[in-house]
Design a protein around this ligand. Structure first.
Ligand code: HEM
Length: 411
């Protein structure tokens, strides 16, 4: 276990938020806010559509986010707001191209495929906990939450286990591309470009191999096409596979880690969960609302859009602050409380509208297996550092390490 990098961020409390509203989103991007951005979101929500001093429009109210997620005048292609193209995977595209690529993936990434991975997830969590052995401390991120989803996605895509380790570095670096952060250094940009190139070469070889030797993996399935989707080829296939890898990795790492962090901060709920394991289904949903892996997504305005008494001008960068909408007191009772059996729970943790997360069933399944197993096998788990150190990315938020002490691991 390595503990060297952790410097806990200072939590922000509501009374701290004296920043002018037009500067609030800059504070959200600041790594110092990572441990607790929610007071900043609450301050932003007092004007649910607010212009920031850099010209960005931040949308933080539940109703406004819901409206824009379904508004065809809002584009996911950021070149419409003067930003660089960034690979043009389906998550960054609009209809009709988006719909065609999405149908190709949905036609192959079916509920049966997700179900077929269930036993693999059980085996993986068992193996990872066994590997902790008789230790009395562990880093949940390094030892459990990080390796597990990589292995699941590799199983889904048919990537050989011996190549999995290489994906750690690439996925970690590429997560930074989710922030349009003007303070990103040249070195960081160079590291991102390098990771993209390496991953691209790797996937080129993988696709060429699958074209020769079809298997029952997703890459082979995308090459073949199916009832609902046409076959994917060339760059489109490469970019789609890369998206599945990036979109499905760090997000799930953060769901597992944020899940354990939240349970350890709520010992009464942890105890209740031990007694009532069937709580897991609504509880995972509540975790995705309460501590979402994806905090916000960028969009571009294709037209002048009137909303909440203001006008977002055409060509603007729009931030859909999903995590703020999921804690909007106008929509949720007691939104800042973690309520494990909250029903209904209509949150934005997996987005909404035409870009609703394709991997949500897989992510839910992983968390619903892993969290009960952690709670069952870890004896008397305690947090070593609270708040834990966070990764710098604001859009994709989660701890870099989560050090836990235990009295042992049950078989
Ligand atoms: C806890 C885990 C996850 C969370 C919180 C999450 C969250 C999200 C969100 C918020 C979006 C909407 C993006 C937007 O509107 O711009 C999204 C889209 C997407 N997610 Fe996930 N995701 C998770 C896991 C996964 C997994 C496991 C996969 C695949 C293996 C995946 C694949 C995708 C894809 C392909 C899209 C783009 C859909 C589209 O543009 O039509 N996600 N996800």
């Amino acid at each position: 276990m390595s503990k060297s990098t952790g410097v806990a961020s200072r939590p922000v409390s509501v009374s701290d938020v004296s920043t002018p509203r037009a500067e609030l989103f800059a504070r959200v991007l600041d790594p110092a806010s990572r441990a607790n951005p929610y007071p900043l979101y609450a301050a932003l929500r007092s004007e649910p559509v607010s212009r920031q001093s850099d010209g960005t429009w931040v949308v933080s109210g539940f109703d406004e986010i819901a409206a824009l997620l379904h508004d065809p005048r809002i584009s996911s292609d950021m070149t419409n707001a003067g930003q660089s193209a960034g690979g043009q995977s389906l998550i960054m595209q609009d209809p009709p191209n988006h719909d065609r690529l999405r149908a190709a993936v949905m036609g192959r990434f079916t509920p049966e495929v997700v179900e077929s991975l269930r036993q693999e997830v059980h085996n993986l969590i068992d193996g990872l906990l066994d590997a902790v052995g008789s230790g009395t401390s562990l880093d949940l991120v390094e030892e459990i939450a990080y390796p597990l989803p990589v292995s699941v996605i590799c199983a889904l895509l048919g990537i050989p286990p011996q190549d999995e380790a290489r994906f750690h570095g690439w996925a970690d670096t590429l997560a930074r591309t989710l922030d349009l952060d003007p303070t990103m250094s040249r070195e960081e940009q160079a590291a991102i470009d390098h990771a993209f190139t390496e991953l691209h070469h790797y996937l080129e070889n993988l696709v060429a191999d699958r074209a020769e030797h079809r298997g029952d993996d997703l890459v082979s399935g995308l090459l073949t096409g199916g009832d609902r989707g046409e076959p994917l080829r060339g760059q489109e296939l490469l970019i789609t596979v890369r998206l599945l890898l990036i979109a499905g990795h760090e997000t799930t790492v953060n769901l597992i880690t944020n899940g354990m962090l939240t349970l350890l901060r709520h010992p009464d709920i942890l105890e209740r969960f031990r007694r009532e394991p069937e709580l897991v289904v609504p509880m995972v949903e509540e975790l995705v609302r309460y501590e979402p892996s994806v905090q916000f997504r960028y969009r571009a305005a294709l037209a002048d859009i009137e909303i909440a008494g203001t006008t977002i001008p055409r060509g603007s960068v729009v931030v859909l602050l999903l995590a703020a909408g999921s804690r909007d007191p106008g929509h949720f009772t007691d939104p800042d409380s973690f309520v494990p059996d909250r029903i209904p729970n209509e949150h934005f943790g997996f987005g909404g509208g035409i870009h609703y997360c394709i991997g949500a069933p897989l992510a839910r399944m992983e968390a619903q297996i892993v969290l009960p197993e952690l709670v069952r096998r870890l004896i008397n788990p305690r947090l070593t550092m609270d708040p834990p150190p966070y990764r710098p990315t604001a859009a994709l938020r989660g701890p870099r390490h989560l050090w836990i002490e235990v009295d042992g691991i049950r078989p």
